[in-house]
Design a protein around this ligand. Structure first.
Ligand code: FAD
Length: 330
């Protein structure tokens, strides 16, 4: 019979690995601890408003990822976003003056992940807390349901490095070491809601001064509906220094900084702390695969960070796994 794989994590990396395995004809189960798919490519939905509070946009340079993006655009789940973009530092405001093509999910950042999940068996609300391998294959324990009934021929761990490390420690010291070496920084995110459109001479700004790093008019992205929303991200250094601070204090500090840039205090706000947001870490090949054990790792932290890196990492791992299986079958 065809092998059965478990993919832990339904972010872009896990979904892309699962898609590659599925297309090769393998049986794949995807689980994620969150309520929905997409991981850090995420959209908060409230009463009459939505706001992307993780990844803000993505770039597409690799030809394989551009082809996938074309498919997303055709399906209406991604679009080019061309904001008026500025750089703000201690000297003032200037045009960003670059030609980066930026893309967003439509109507929110989660949309491409939902498209990928359509043809996959995905279960959300399942937090994997333990993995072990016996003579019959891999077993997984989940916080909500205990040990899963199914046995798997292989496991893909597609979660942030600090969350992968404790799951790997009992089963592979080599992979656990790789995960504990990767550095990931936190990010505080504050979503602002306004009754009226905010008149600003820019749609998005890179901020190189004070606690903020990024400001964007979320409701100005393509396909967004509802209330005027703006999104604030704190810098990595500020976020790391305030990771344990109360949300109210964080929101106040970031809103004050936004007002100092000429913004207005919002009618309402929501805050989200990303403990593991951003990474630049990478390994050769963009993923790790141990064919003897049937254990693989993918994710942005293996491929330089970012949405594109995550998708490519998942595809690279899926291809290696298919290759191993075909080599064995020969
Ligand atoms: P994730 O998206 O983190 O997916 C991992 C999944 O695993 C999650 O869904 C999680 O719920 C699940 N999980 C974790 N542990 C378990 C467990 N034990 N059991 C079950 N499920 C589990 N990238 C860009 O390209 N451009 C940007 O502008 C950009 N800005 C960003 C801003 C912020 C604030 C953040 C947070 C990220 C940003 N990124 C940006 C990075 C981008 O979001 C990531 O690189 C990419 O989404 C990572 O995908 P992934 O699949 O590797 O991981």
């Amino acid at each position: 019979p065809n092998p059965r794989y478990l993919v832990i994590g339904a972010g872009l990396a896990g979904l892309s690995a699962a898609q590659t395995l599925r297309q090769a004809g393998f049986s794949v189960d995807v689980v994620d601890k969150s309520r929905g798919v997409g991981g850090r490519m995420s959209t908060r939905r409230g009463d009459g408003w939505t706001c992307d509070h993780g990844a803000q946009y993505f770039t597409a340079r690799d030809p394989g990822f551009r082809a996938e993006l074309a498919r997303w655009q055709q399906a209406g789940v991604a679009a080019l976003w061309s904001p008026r973009i500025v750089v703000i530092d201690a000297h003032g405001v200037r045009e960003a003056g670059e030609r980066t093509e930026r893309f967003v999910g439509v109507p929110g950042m989660t949309a491409p992940a939902r498209l990928l999940a359509e043809h996959l068996r995905v279960q959300t609300g399942m937090t994997i807390t333990g993995l072990r391998r016996d003579a019959d294959g891999w077993r997984a324990v989940c916080a909500e349901q205990g040990e899963l009934e199914a046995r798997f021929d292989g496991v893909v761990l597609a979660v942030p490095a600090p969350q992968a490390a404790p799951l790997l420690a009992p089963v592979s010291s080599r992979l656990a070491t790789a995960a504990s070496r990767a550095r990931m920084e936190g990010c505080w995110s504050v979503m602002l809601r306004f009754d009226q459109a905010l008149d600003r001479p820019f749609d998005a700004a890179f901020v190189n001064d004070g606690p903020l790093r990024w400001v964007a008019r979320n409701s100005g992205k393509p396909g967004r509906e509802g209330q005027e929303t703006w999104l604030l991200h704190a810098s990595a250094a500020w976020s790391e220094a305030h990771l344990e601070a109360k949300a109210e204090r964080v929101a106040q500090a970031l809103i004050d900084a936004f007002v100092a840039l000429g913004g207005k205090p919002p009618q309402a706000w929501s805050a989200h702390r990303w403990r593991y947001a951003i990474t630049e870490s990478a390994v050769d090949g963009g993923c790790l695969w141990c064919p003897e054990q049937g254990l693989g790792l993918c994710g942005d932290w293996l491929n330089g960070g970012r949405v594109e890196g995550a998708w490519l990492s998942g595809r690279a791992l899926g291809r290696e796994m298919v290759g191993s299986f075909e080599a064995l079958a020969r």
